[in-house]
Design a protein around this ligand. Structure first.
Ligand code: GDP
Ligand code: ZN
Length: 458
């Protein structure tokens, strides 16, 4: 291997007390030795050791940083190359200074995602795992984080590999048949192909049904809060936002501004649409008529319709109920601490018994019921969530759909007794589409595109 040596700051900028600079490549150790002074030269220390010392500017001899330096020799490192990690506890300025010294003495600044790209190119991880690293960096909720972690450990790859293996066996079976054609064998082969295609199709179908959940986990369940003035919409927003703060703080690598447009309910991220327009004016129907509000409503995966339980339903609320009948709605009857005058039955009839939740946001009651209702919508009709291989990436979904289309062709062709060497082509296509998910047959430019999405230093 003859890779130039790259370096980058691997921890988020300006956060925390410790920053790590990662260096990878053939010259990683000699480059670091130029600027590091410790008990012994890094070239002489055993692999996977942490070494205490100072970073110095070799020109002036001035100490820049006190640091701990970890040496990991190829191939037992993330990139499979020689890797040195320098941890400094200084702030941004001194970290930047250390990086500059490395760049002056033989390292090159890493491109975004270049460390992970090298890990991929050196066979350390496959493509779906590499993409999961992107997801990990961007994960917006703890549930999304766990799923990305699982994927980076290879659960999607494992499923895809199993599927491809079965398709190869099927192709081999067909191949034998092409070489030794006999009529009764052909009969059998068609039935066999149909069965195998159906099996593979149901696996793909299962992966695709989790894809919608995966998308939601990455991007948030798009949610609009609507209701008349003074029913408690702002109170609801604040209540949801409070829960948020507790959960969000322990997610590594997320920045506040990314997370703040999201709230989480039991680990399900809700992307709250800007319904400010809906909140301001007095006439609900007029408000919904406003283009922006209407857009927000039609974009929403979930609508939280807040009512004041202490009042009968108002005419404009009846209009809205009628408009929302076929949508995913949770009706919140707020102000349960006051005497109730609302026609609860109307709401239950329109949205369903279990979609009506009683709350008192003033007394902070009913929050668990709301969480349950949201979770039941998210997991509606779904099996146990913890063991699923989530497909959370748009590229993967697209490829799975292409593989599905090819297999459906094969299935139909087998039914119509199309010559099996024609069917073979469809199966091969499906096998190739699946291969692209794990990077078995991807082009150089796609690889570059995927890895350029990374933050620097990953
Ligand atoms: P919005 O106009 O729909 O955003 O409603 P707000 O959240 O601003 O609440 C309007 C008023 O209702 C405020 O004075 C709240 O304190 C009050 N309020 C909100 N929730 C409750 C509740 O559960 N019980 C009672 N009694 N008052 C509430
Ligand atoms: Zn970053």
């Amino acid at each position: 291997m003859n890779q130039d040596t790259i370096a980058a700051i691997a921890t988020p900028m300006g956060e925390g007390g410790i920053a790590v600079i990662r260096v990878s490549g053939d010259e990683a150790v000699p480059v670091c030795d130029k600027i590091f002074t410790g008990k012994s030269k890094l070239a002489d220390v055993p692999t996977h050791t942490v070494n205490y010392g100072y970073i110095r500017d070799p020109e002036t001899g001035a100490r820049v940083e006190e640091s701990l330096v970890t040496v990991m020799r190829a191939p037992r490192s993330f990139t499979k190359e020689d890797v040195v990690e320098i941890s400094c506890h200084g702030g941004f300025v001194s970290v930047r200074k250390v990086l500059d010294l490395l760049l002056e003495h033989g390292a090159r600044l890493a491109e975004p995602g270049e460390f992970t790209k090298r890990a991929f190119l050196n066979g350390r991880i496959d493509l779906s795992q590499a993409e999961a690293v992107i997801d990990l960096i961007r994960a917006k909720s703890d549930r999304a984080f766990r799923i990305a972690l699982k994927q980076s450990e290879g659960s999607l790859s494992k499923t895809i590999k199993g599927l491809r293996h079965r398709l190869v066996e099927l192709m081999a079976h067909i191949e034998v048949n092409i070489d030794y054609p006999e009529h009764d064998v052909e009969e059998m082969t068609n039935a066999f192909i149909k069965e195998k295609c159906a099996d593979a199709l149901s696996d793909i179908e299962r992966m695709l049904t989790t894809a919608q959940q995966g998308k939601i986990l990455r991007e948030g369940l798009v949610t609009a809060i609507v209701g008349r003035p003074n029913v408690g919409k702002s109170s609801l927003l604040n209540t949801l936002a409070q829960e948020e703060r507790a959960i969000v703080t322990d997610i590594a690598g997320t920045t506040r501004d990314v997370v703040e447009e999201y709230v989480h309910v039991n680990g399900i991220p809700l992307k709250l649409l800007d319904t400010a327009g809906i909140r301001e004016t007095s006439d609900l129907v007029e408000q919904i008529g406003v283009e922006k509000s209407r857009q927000a409503l039609s974009d929403a995966d979930l609508i939280l319709f807040v009512c004041n339980g202490a009042e009968p339903l108002q005419p404009d609320e009846y209009v809205l109920i009628d408009q929302l009948k076929d949508r995913q709605v949770i009706a919140i009857i707020n102000k349960q601490d006051l005497p109730q005058l609302i026609e609860e039955e109307v709401l239950k009839e329109a949205f369903g018994e279990d979609r009506v939740v009683r709350m008192s946001l003033l007394a902070q009651q009913g929050i668990t019921d709301l969480e349950k209702a949201i979770a039941s919508i998210f997991f509606s009709g779904q099996v146990e969530s913890s063991d699923l291989t989530y497909v959370s990436n748009a590229r993967h979904i697209h490829l799975l759909k292409q593989a599905r289309a090819a297999l459906m062709e094969a299935h139909e062709a087998a039914e119509a007794f199309v010559p099996i060497d024609m069917i073979q082509i469809d199966i091969r296509n499906a096998w190739e589409h699946l291969g692209e998910i794990i990077g078995d047959s991807v082009s150089e430019s796609l690889i570059d595109q995927i890895f350029s999405q990374f933050c620097l230093g990953k």
